[in-house]
Design a protein. Sequence first.
Length: 331
Amino acid sequence: MTLAEVPARPHRVVVLARDGVLPMELGLVHQLFRRARAADGTPLYEVVTCALRPGPVATDADFPIDVRRGPDELARADTVVLPAAHGPGSTDETGRLEPGLGAALDRIRPGTRIASICTGAFVLAAAGLLDGRRATTHWQSAARFRSLFPAVDLDPDVLYEDAGDVLTSAGEAAGIDLCLHLIRTDHGAAVANEVARASVVSPHRDGGQAQYVARPVPEPAVSSTGAARAWALDHLDRPLTLRDLAGRESMSVRTFTRRFREEVGVSPGRWLTARRIDRARHLLEETDLPVDRIAADAGFGTAASLRAHLRAELRTSPSAYRATFRGVPVG
């Protein structure tokens, strides 16, 4: 879809609020999806909230919310989002579906996309939707999650996990990353970037949860690798090496690699590949440049290399990606 295209109807996102819901997680879904617009300003999403029973829903704060829609809304969803819920009896605490929740989930149509935020992943796992799939949840709940749901391939180090029609994210703020990912998947990087800019958040955060886990012993302050990253972003078309990046900070390769991982959460090579994919996606969406030129500008060198990386990361080809987000026929 190009920025100029207007959908026949907005994509319907239904958020299920349960007793003990986290207000921040509920609010961020509304704010981010409602800010996604076509070029003429037409909303790309409709966001509604429902509950297991219409009426007051307790939150984990000192105020309730009034939810006027019931679980029937789930049957009309294109995407269902499950925020976390804290409190006695919640699935997030017990690992068992709370009363009425199983019947509510049964209303969701086959093929509907389902996403969870934070410990909302416990609901998806308890419903059997994550068996044999990769998933994530808040790192503080990882050990309990594994003990309750051994059939799930849990990765507690990532900010979100995309298993196709079922997606999971880590703590509250990772819900922002997940929503932007969904918008980017549906409508391309340009729309997602506009939503991020309007929300004053990063369109893509580097690294995963590992960088937020408290270390048992405080480490001494280290020099930033930010200058090297900024320089690399301006020179992605070059065949950059670890020695090149380390030299920008006057560090040895070993020291730079260690500090880079501490600050960013991933290795320099993985970060560089992700930024090159970002550049290639932008050029595929916004320009008519041939694929071999885009591969060179993004630093992949050859069209074959770009195709391999897009296939590995996005499960698509450059021509198919461009056709999806620019309406250009696949040749």
